[in-house]
Design a binder for this molecule. Structure first.
Ligand code: NAP
Length: 304
């Protein structure tokens, strides 16, 4: 009897594992690898849409500061804006985009659902659309893994099918999280947004995600508020910046771009916003890329 139960259990485990592996393979097979273009400053996503690889992060920017920062970005030629329900500034982002005179189809807007919205994700997507008031959302992310994330992602998939959202994506999904998540969804994400900077490079997860055909985008690309000063003062970064007559921030952003990682530096300072956008007119050498690679300390600056 015991043996029969054991065999049944074994069969169940094997069937589940086989199903997961084939769903994972399906997700990666259906995905074509993202095509990164440093000349154009864009990446062609597996969803078929082109996304700028340099944008503006709006975490902690309040109403007018957010409006002014998005305006400065668009005036300087930047076209990618990252916001979230949790940043409470989607309305300011939408207002600045509408006031800019830049055609809607030239702007790429990313927003996110927070776990406390996952149980009512269809409604949350409609509310984000109403707050942004930009017709559609280019990219909708799940902000964090959670027990009900696959169901919430299903709502984003429905929004992709009816054109309210263009790409479905996730954030804070590392190897374990993405392996658990992919077998549960039918539309492969186009992008994963994770913490990445010279002190936390997470090359293993980054390469793993890229290998699955997903674009990777760095949050906290400059280390995150409270850590930025220390990172920008790093001796190696400053030396490389001086050699190229660029700023330490530009060197860090450029390093990520050259390793195929898109960036969304946060800033409420129009000068910094313009400076960050100007990270395309120089190239780090192999030795400089290696020197920055050696700065990794596996030092994560946030818990998620
Ligand atoms: P960050 O980009 O690493 O750093 C922002 C800090 O860098 C600000 O204090 C900013 O100051 C400074 N800075 C920006 N450009 C600079 C420059 N050229 N020179 C000197 N200092 C400069 O951190 P973050 O804004 O928190 O993260 C980036 C974005 O990622 C966020 O805004 C958000 O959109 C996204 N994010 C996502 C998650 C997630 O869970 N998915 C988590 C965190 C963040 P000034 O304002 O003075 O320029």
């Amino acid at each position: 009897m015991k043996r029969r139960v054991f065999c049944l259990l074994l069969m169940l485990v094997m069937t589940t594992a086989l199903f997961s592996v084939s769903a994972l393979a399906e997700a990666s097979e259906s995905a074509s690898a993202p095509v990164f273009d440093l000349e154009q400053g864009t990446v062609l996503l597996n969803s078929g849409y082109t996304m700028p690889i340099m944008g503006l992060g709006t975490y902690s920017l309040t109403d007018e500061e957010c409006y002014n920062s998005v305006t400065a970005l668009l005036e300087a030629g930047g076209r990618l804006i990252d916001t979230a329900y949790m940043y409470h500034n989607e309305a300011s982002v939408g207002r600045a985009v509408r006031a800019s005179g830049v055609p809607r189809e030239e702007v790429f807007i990313t927003t996110k659902l927070y776990p406390n919205q996952y149980d009512n994700a269809d409604r949350a997507i409609d509310e984000a659309l109403r707050r942004l008031d930009t017709g559609y959302i280019d990219m909708m992310l799940l902000h964090h893994p959670a027990h009900n994330d696959a169901a919430a992602y299903g709502a984003i998939e429905r929004a992709v099918r009816d054109g309210r959202v263009r790409c479905a994506n996730v954030s804070c999904y590392y190897i374990r999280e993405i392996d658990r998540f992919l077998p549960k969804v039918s539309l492969a994400p186009a992008l994963v947004q994770n913490e990445l900077h010279p002190y936390y490079q997470d090359s293993r997860a980054t390469q793993y995600l890229q290998g699955l055909g997903l674009a990777v985008q760095a949050w906290y690309p400059l280390g995150g508020r409270g850590y930025t000063e220390r990172l920008l003062a790093d001796g190696i970064i400053r030396e490389i910046a001086a050699a190229h007559q660029k700023s330490p921030a530009q060197v860090i952003l450029r390093w990520n771009l050259q390793r195929g990682v898109a960036v969304i530096p946060g800033s409420g300072n129009p000068e910094h916003i313009r400076e960050n956008l100007s990270s395309f007119d120089f190239e780090l050498t192999g030795a400089e890329m290696e020197a920055i690679r050696n700065l990794n300390r596996d030092e994560k600056h946030d818990w998620y």
